[in-house]
Design a protein around this ligand. Sequence first.
Ligand code: AMP
Ligand code: MG
Length: 326
Amino acid sequence: MKVVLGIESTAHTFGVGIASLDGNFLVDYSDQFIPPSGGIHPREASEHHSKVAPHLIEMAISEIKKRKFELVGIGFSRGPGLGPCLRVGATVARAIATYLDIPLFGIHHGIAHIEIGKKLTGAKDPLILLVSGGHTMITALEKHRYRVFGETLDISIGNLIDMFMRSAGYPSPAGHICEKLASETNEMVELPYIVKGTDMSFSGILTAARKYLKNGVPINVICRSLQEFSFAMLSEVTERALAHTKKRELLVVGGVAANKRLREMLSYVAKEHEAALLVSKKWNGDNGAMIAWTTALAYKYDNPLDVDKSYVIPLWRIDEVFVPWQ
Ligand code: AMP
Ligand code: MG
């Protein structure tokens, strides 16, 4: 069986996935960098990735050998992400591609989140809400490009949650803890609600939430308010895009898609516009399998990269990428 290998290393996770060209997932190994305190320091995370990469790659390669697969291509997360982290994945991928003389593919991390979501939910032509540590955007594929209908003007929704939770002493990522605390109360405080056109700003919520924390407002009340305000902003922009595009599917991808309250709010929006709400049960957070699957698509439909032009692109916008497979 012909398979491709995908390497994820944009931020906290170093992941290695193997997918067959027809979309069977065979291997997904990953190791996450947990910062000792504070946020992700790019150099520390990249040192983590360099340390775990050899072992994870070795496990994947020996699986390929043991099961007598034929490795025909290799892909890596080319961006967007933290430069030092991206370069670890890129270096490993280049080395394997050169050594085995197989084609190399540079994969857009956001597109990989979307493509695996489509694959796992069976979505055909969805409006997509991509909510993660690195992305907050509403997008849909049109004429071979993911067009952006709305996005954050400053920090991502995942950053808002994690940065606030860090102020309260919870190490990142802490979205699941925020969700749990929020579910413990019905009380709320007022936070800024900032939607400009179809774009959103979350940094004002962070500042205000930190102020409440300093002034002794209980953490669960702030968590609930933060979720209600930020998720309502996401829902508003999603609703406008649904009304405009008339898509019949709303696909939610990225780590924050795990949040039940966000899904609940979006289910009202989807119902109002007769769209199906689609959320995958797994691989919402960063992983190697999503890079492997998108590499399989690229292998079939796209041109490989020249190894000497395979530099990473830390600020790669999703709408810059030509998508040949749909
Ligand atoms: P990703 O960048 O796609 O790996 O997603 C990671 C982000 O998802 C982090 O900011 C997490 O805090 C966030 N996250 C994970 N689970 C949840 C949850 N249940 N509620 C809110 N955010 C979450
Ligand atoms: Mg991600």
